[in-house]
Ligand binder design. Structure first.
Ligand code: C6P
Length: 424
């Protein structure tokens, strides 16, 4: 208990983030989820909530500026285009891309992987080629490569993880060979929370002439990300996990690679000239953005980026590290609780997955829900990871910049209550 108090004191010292004022930015956090039961939202890894500024930016766009982008010569269309492209510039700066042409708007991270598998993969992967993944991948960074490998006769290989939920890097020299054409891996596991050594993995891929793609869905929302420092060839992430709207995500790619790739989908906006025989493609990034895009959503994501920048990503990361340390310490007091993934906050994002002996993860989540605590239970779209751990499901509590230590205390109390319900 003394240790926990020390951590709490450290938190007040750390409160440069001013969590109470941040909470006031998120209208949904005032909700009672059942009569008299306030919401404790611990499911940000699945999708975060949105601050008012994001909702207002989208509302203002629809009320004052909506028209189709890139098409009109009237004022409204110009305004919509400026807002849509302005957001792209700010997103490019946020991840330190060298230009906004490297930022392709997608629907979500999943679409980013499918785009690369379809466009780059179908052009560059041949029979016998190898694609290296890890055993901790989300299905989004698994299924598109399985589909591609099946179609092309390519081979998938996997970097295993160790007992503590970190990658077994000693296997890399064997797994990365001249046959490897792509190494695609997550920066942060959505189950273990493991923070992988991205630059080291990218360098290892490049050393054998392979490309490196990073799944940054659980990284970009939580820590400063710099694609130049990582030197990755592709990177995908989702807007809805970083205070932005659903329906918008980003694929980053190195310019020379994107330039050489054929379009993913055909239609309006992605062409320069069309006749009855064929077409020529638009410049980057529009070559990959066929049809009327998610305009309001892109603008909302641009505002989410401004919001995160105002808070400071270093500060967000430091606060989440503190929260994770606090959660690991507090959860260890629950009898029968087994944590999956690294046991120290330094190696772990703001994600804690666990099982409680004698209670199914879905029952744990259900009992917590009745106390207003929203967590996720199941395989978290990482079935192979769970199979490797010899389980079918975990319960997962995930944190974000508005999470408080009091909410983590409620989680722990809720777990004690669940054990009582099951007479454990
Ligand atoms: N993980 C979770 O609860 P989409 O669905 O395309 O926005 O994001 C896919 C995705 C890719 N990679 C990682 C590491 C992810 O965590 C996710 C989404 C959510 O863990 C929803 S399944």
């Amino acid at each position: 208990m003394e240790k926990l108090q020390k951590l709490k004191d450290f938190c007040s010292f750390l409160n440069m983030l001013n969590v109470q004022s941040i909470r006031a930015d998120f209208p949904i956090l005032n909700r009672e989820i059942y009569p008299g039961v306030p919401l404790v939202f611990l499911d940000s890894a699945a999708s975060t909530q949105r601050p008012s500024v994001v909702l207002e930016a989208m509302d203002d766009y629809y009320r004052q500026h909506h028209a189709n982008v890139h098409r009109g010569i009237h004022r409204l269309s110009e305004e919509a285009t400026e807002l849509y492209e302005g957001a792209r510039e700010r997103i490019a700066d946020f991840v330190n891309a060298t230009g906004s042409c490297q930022i392709i708007y997608t629907r979500n991270a999943t679409e980013g992987f499918n785009l690369v598998a379809y466009s780059w993969g179908r052009t560059n992967i041949e029979e016998g080629d190898e694609i290296l993944l890890t055993e901790m991948e989300h299905h989004a960074n698994l299924i598109p490569w399985q589909m591609l490998a099946k179609e092309k006769g390519a081979v998938l290989r996997y970097v295993p993880f160790l007992e503590d939920g970190t990658l077994d890097l000693s296997t890399l020299p064997k797994l990365l060979t001249e046959k490897t054409k792509l190494f695609s891996f997550t920066a942060v596991s959505n189950v273990f929370g493991t923070v992988n050594p991205v630059r080291q993995l990218v360098d290892a891929a490049h050393a054998v002439g392979a490309l490196a793609m990073v799944d940054a869905a659980q990284a970009v929302p939580h820590m400063p990300v710099d694609v130049q420092a990582w030197d990755c060839d592709f990177m995908a992430f989702s807007g809805h996990k970083m205070c932005g709207p659903t329906g918008i995500g980003v694929l980053f790619g190195k310019r020379e690679l994107l330039d050489a790739m054929p379009p993913f989908m055909g239609g309006g906006d992605m062409i320069l000239r069309v006749d009855f025989e064929g077409a020529t493609w638009n410049e980057l990034p529009w070559k990959f953005e066929a049809g009327t895009p998610s305009i309001a959503e892109a603008i909302g994501l641009g505002t989410a980026v401004d919001y995160l920048n105002d808070l400071g990503m270093d500060e967000v990361h430091a606060y989440e590290q503190f929260l994770t340390g606090y959660a690991l310490e507090s959860l260890s007091e629950v009898p029968g609780l087994r944590l999956y993934g690294p046991a120290s906050a330094g190696q772990k994002g703001a994600v804690t997955s666990f099982t409680v002996a004698g209670i199914h993860p879905h029952d744990v989540a259900d009992i917590l829900d009745k106390q207003g605590i929203a967590v996720r239970a199941g395989h978290h779209c990482a079935m192979p990871l769970h199979h490797r751990c010899g389980i079918s499901a975990t319960t997962r509590a995930s944190f974000y910049l508005h999470t408080t230590t009091e909410e983590i205390d409620k989680l722990v109390a809720g777990l004690h209550h669940a054990r009582q319900v099951f007479r454990l």
